[in-house]
Design a protein around this ligand. Structure first.
Ligand code: PMT
Length: 218
């Protein structure tokens, strides 16, 4: 279904889980499939926006969405920072690693006689918080993936990350959240009561989120 709710708007979206390399053959990541971010890209395109997607995962997308593939948080950060000045709306649906290995080994890490191994991690940049801090006219939308105290944590992220809207989902459930085809979200803004959306496909969830963004942004 086409509609013009975001006609002439430029929407930048991130999708998928970032991959943090340990060595040339191994990485740390998470369960994100990219489905939610791709659904948002489709819904924004349906609404008439021109859409730029920065993603770790390659999926089919029905509309003329421009995609850039990245792997690590640092690569995603660099691409977001270079595209955000030309965007009106930023939606951070990617599952971004908070930490990465302090070093990436040049060669495959070998097994030793030691039964224990320690990996040192260092903090990654927070892409959403950085966009929130430096935004000009942009409308900034974050997600919160939580396994407990969904509303409280999401509300804290709305404030600390400088977002205009926070979409919270419970990732402890297997029927919604990571990898599943469905999602159920609560949408928070500074000025409204939390809005609870029903369990529905990620595409219908995305369409509802896009309509809420359009209403807030216009
Ligand atoms: O990809 P799917 O399998 O479809 O699953 C969808 C999803 C569960 C990944 C998605 O709906 C979702 O919740 N995405 C956000 C995941 C996440 O990283 O949540 P968080 O609560 O850890 O982070 C809060 C927000 O800050 C997010 O908008 C995240 O993109 C952003 N962030 C986090 C850390 C960081 N270093 N940089 C960031 O930009």
């Amino acid at each position: 279904a086409q509609n013009g709710a975001l006609k002439n708007q430029r929407v930048l979206i991130t999708a998928g889980g970032t991959r943090e390399a340990l060595d040339p053959v191994r990485f740390l990541t998470n369960r994100s499939s990219g489905k939610m971010g791709y659904a948002l890209a489709q819904a924004a395109a349906e609404a008439g926006a021109s859409v730029q997607l920065i993603t770790t995962i390659n999926r089919n997308v029905a509309y003329s969405v421009k995609t850039i593939m990245v792997e690590s948080t640092q690569e995603m950060y660099d691409q977001v920072m270079s595209h955000v000045p030309d965007s009106d709306i930023f939606i951070s649906a990617a599952a971004v690693a908070d930490y990465r290995p302090a070093q990436k080994a040049d060669q495959k890490i070998k097994k030793t006689d030691d039964n224990n191994m320690t990996i040192n991690l260092v903090k990654n940049p927070d892409i959403l918080a950085e966009v929130g801090r430096h935004k000009r006219q942009q409308y900034v939308v974050g997600f919160a993936a939580e396994t407990q105290d969904l509303l409280a944590y999401a509300d804290a992220k709305l404030k600390t990350k400088g977002a205009d809207m926070l979409v919270a989902n419970d990732v402890s459930r297997s029927d919604i959240g990571f990898s599943s085809d469905d999602n159920q979200v609560v949408v928070l803004t500074a000025s409204h009561e939390p809005q609870y959306l029903p369990v529905q496909s990620k595409l219908d969830t995305a369409r509802a989120i896009i309509q809420l963004i359009a209403k807030e942004y216009n």
